[in-house]
Design a protein around this ligand. Structure first.
Ligand SMILES: N=CN[C@@H](CCC(=O)O)C(=O)O
Ligand SMILES: [Zn+2]
Length: 415
């Protein structure tokens, strides 16, 4: 067994003593438990002890790291990304600057359909290599766990290609990865007049093949205006349940789509985006185990309305934040930037934002029992920051990478 001591930590933050705590909600979101002048001991890949430096007993460690002036936090859990994609889409970026909306671009065959077209001829190895680079990129910004969706395939072969790439990333990477099947991301052009046919393809062909190769942990549907209806979502989620795929769904980004309610009905792990949320959606979420997840990168990049985060937290809801890293609506996997946007655009306190990208993000991925907080027995996925004056400095001094060292499964990763 290898033992590592991290000592003289200026602030050890994100402590959750009760390992049964699933997430932080409402007023608890503003509380980020911490210890000043602290130590933390890692045994192999697990957090084995922590406390005040004055209580540290003299003992031998295989490795000692002096963290004077630095803060130690749980690594970020990014619960919503599309980081396996075939190419960036700068052309649409220009169209957006000129005034086209996300829906205008989608109607012209751009957006998701544009990525699906490029995906057809994309060699699987190239797709893997590009995604591998992106995993390194996000780890440098402090991400230790990430969910990745398919959904740029929209045909049996291409969806399987994407999901096989995610499976290989899981096998090769030290990061914790969850895989989500998002066949219902958009209606492919060839099914324009045959919605029922595409649903049959998802339900009768894609799902059995995915289950056969064990390629997904979750199922997702883009339940929104111009994409998939509540009835269609219901059918797809019912079919997913037959293969034990819990939902994590794209909901209420473009309208009051009913996506939140149908997600809650199907016991979704999370419902994500949530720009269009009112009293009814909040009431549905309050009686559920579904994590509302807000994606500031997409709302900022598409210049849309912002989810009513203060109203949701005041009502007592938990909230997770994720990057939505994708080539169309959020071309960045930088969680520090998400924390800054959450505080400036959504008025989230730094502590709330950090809880939202750690324990609550872990819950949104179904890994809260092993990651997301400084808790005895959890995996040592940790961020050691550069010397920073306090936690608020993380969102405040935006643009600069505050990560000094990232530990994944107890090991220092030179990302
Ligand atoms: N909203 C739906 N899907 C993605 C966008 C994907 C794309 O435009 O490529 C999202 O989460 O923002
Ligand atoms: Zn998304």
């Amino acid at each position: 067994m290898k033992t590592t001591l991290i000592k003289n930590i200026k602030e050890l933050a994100g402590i959750v003593t009760d390992a049964a705590t699933k997430y932080h909600a409402g007023g608890q979101m503003a509380i980020l438990n911490s210890i000043d002048d602290a130590y933390l001991i890692i045994e192999d890949d697990v957090i084995a002890a922590f406390g005040s430096m004055c209580d540290l007993k003299p003992q031998h460690f295989d490795e000692e790291i002096d963290a004077s002036g630095k803060t130690l936090l749980p690594a970020w859990c990014d619960s919503h990304t599309h980081l396996v994609f075939p190419a960036t889409r700068e052309i649409e970026y220009i169209d957006k600057i000129k005034g086209l909306s996300y829906e205008d671009i989608a109607r012209r065959g751009g957006g998701i359909l544009n990525s699906a077209k490029t995906m057809v001829n994309m060699p699987e190895q190239q797709l893997f290599d590009d995604a591998w680079q992106r995993l390194h990129e996000i780890a440098r910004w402090g991400t230790g766990a990430v969910e990745i969706k398919s959904g740029y395939g929209l045909s049996l072969d291409s969806e399987l290609k994407m999901l096989r790439v995610i499976k290989r990333l899981k096998q090769k990477s030290e990061l914790s990865i969850k895989s989500t099947f998002l066949g219902a991301h958009a209606l492919p052009a060839e099914y324009k007049n045959n919605r029922e046919g595409y649903l049959r393809l998802i339900i009768d062909e894609m799902l059995p093949a995915i289950a056969h190769e064990n390629l997904a942990d979750y199922i997702d549907v883009f339940c929104d205006k111009g994409f998939f209806t509540v009835d269609e979502t219901d059918k797809i989620l019912k079919a997913g349940a037959r293969y034990n795929l819990p939902p994590k769904i794209h909901a209420n980004e473009l309208d009051f789509s009913g996506g939140v309610q149908i997600g809650v009905k199907h016991k979704a792990r999370s419902v994500d985006h949530l720009e269009f949320v009112g009293e009814k959606e909040i009431a549905a979420l309050l009686n559920s185990d579904t994590m509302p997840t807000v994606l500031p990168g997409a709302a900022f990049f598409l210049n849309m309305r912002y989810a009513p985060v203060r109203q949701m937290i005041s009502a007592g809801l938990p909230l997770a934040l994720a990057t939505d890293f994708n080539p169309g609506s959020s071309p960045s996997g930088n969680m520090q930037w998400i924390i800054s946007m959450a505080s400036v655009l959504y008025k989230m306190l730094p502590n709330e934002a950090i809880n939202a990208v750690t324990l609550n993000g872990a819950y949104a991925m179904g890994i809260e029992e092993v990651l997301g907080s400084i808790t005895l027995g959890k995996k040592a996925n940790l961020i050691l920051t550069k010397a920073i004056p306090n936690i608020a400095y993380i969102p405040y001094y935006y643009g600069e990478n505050k990560v000094d060292t990232i530990f994944i499964n107890g090991k220092i990763i030179n990302a």
